[in-house]
Design a protein around this ligand. Structure first.
Ligand code: SF4
Length: 341
């Protein structure tokens, strides 16, 4: 980890620059500066996190967006994303399963009961087939009839027709992660391209749905590629960025990678907030193993303004009550639903 005095001076200059550009003007840091944040010496990291927190408070406000996710179709995916235990190409022990409509509605109710404003329906697929689109039509209608919660979806790559239909049935936000930098993508996925993902995101934006796009850090990418990824997300201008840290799953090609250190994860949180001052930056999977309980607090005081409550798709998360108690202690109100559902 860099810690010489020249870098310390650089860190000071960098944070002064970031204060003017990001905090005062609301503009994202350029990629070269993002890389500097990722390389900050240890003694400059608390200042970087404090600045990222100021940026979040100035441009996003104190509210924290709480979301629950549910998987309608688990496992057996034909794609080969090397971090994913739901791929049917690896020996990772995730059984293929479908959720029916009543179970979906129950999950939405349980999510709303935590105070969450977002409920994301997720499926482990390359893209939706007609069976899944039918499930979405019926499921979203049933949820909207029963629960006051915004419905988001994450169903892989979409055709224009599917984009239009999801927008028409009232899916307000669509998640599709770029996962990593364009230059590293082929080391992570070989069954589809970065461009295919990018094309789906563009269609989602044009159709009027909010764009949710993030990725996973700690998959063997260099710091340069991590900075490149933040810059590419900034270019996309997503409404939300879920930030995951790799939780190495047994049986996947990345199963033996070491978890990202807390020191690198905290630099990344500050860097992504400074690259994306106005975006909802969500703590997603892996924060427990990378940062532990203390890190959740540090992240929420370092630029993060959204959390997923309950379980992730293939791993267990923290108890929702713990997160909600922490938000209360930090005097960060849970964002309520705005506009019509
Ligand atoms: S990340 Fe999604 S597309 Fe990739 S293998 Fe997992 S479920 Fe399939």
């Amino acid at each position: 980890m860099p810690s010489n005095s020249a870098t310390t001076t650089g860190g000071f200059d960098l944070l002064a620059r970031a204060r003017d550009l990001v905090l005062e003007q609301g503009l994202g840091l350029p990629e070269s500066d993002i890389l500097e944040v990722l390389n900050l010496p240890d003694d400059a990291v608390p200042d970087a996190l404090a600045l990222a927190h100021e940026v979040r408070m100035r441009w996003c406000g104190p509210e924290v967006e709480v979301e629950g996710i549910v998987s309608v179709k688990t496992g057996g995916c034909p794609e080969d994303c090397h971090f994913c235990s739901q791929s049917g190409q690896f020996s990772s022990p995730v059984r293929s399963a479908w959720l029916d409509i009543p179970a979906l509605v129950e999950a939405a109710k349980a999510t709303a009961a935590t105070g969450a404003s977002e409920f994301c329906i997720v499926a482990a697929v390359r893209g939706p087939d007609e069976r899944l689109m039918k499930q979405m039509r019926e499921g979203v209608a049933a949820i909207k009839a029963a629960v006051g919660i915004q419905v988001a979806a994450s169903l892989g790559m979409l055709s224009q027709e599917q984009v239009d239909e999801l927008a028409a049935i009232g899916v307000h936000r669509y998640n599709h992660n770029l996962e990593t930098a364009r230059s590293y993508f082929t080391e992570v996925v070989t069954t589809h391209t970065y461009q295919e993902r990018w094309d789906t995101l563009r269609m989602v934006r044009t159709a009027g749905m909010e764009v949710c796009c993030g990725g996973i850090l700690g998959m063997g990418e260099t710091l340069e590629q991590r900075a490149e990824f933040a810059g590419q997300l900034a270019e996309l201008e997503p409404d939300e960025v879920p930030l995951n840290f790799l939780n190495p799953r047994p049986g996947t090609p990345f199963g033996d990678l070491p978890p990202l250190s807390a020191a690198h994860a905290l630099r990344a949180i500050a860097a992504f907030r400074l690259a994306l001052p106005r975006t909802i930056l969500r703590f997603a999977g892996g924060r427990e193993i990378t940062l532990g309980d203390l890190g959740t607090r540090e992240g929420l005081l370092g630029g993060v303004n959204a959390v997923i409550v309950g379980n992730y798709l293939t791993t267990l998360g923290r108890d929702p009550a713990e997160d909600l108690a922490l938000l209360s202690e930090l005097s960060m109100p849970i964002k309520v639903i705005s506009g019509s559902i």
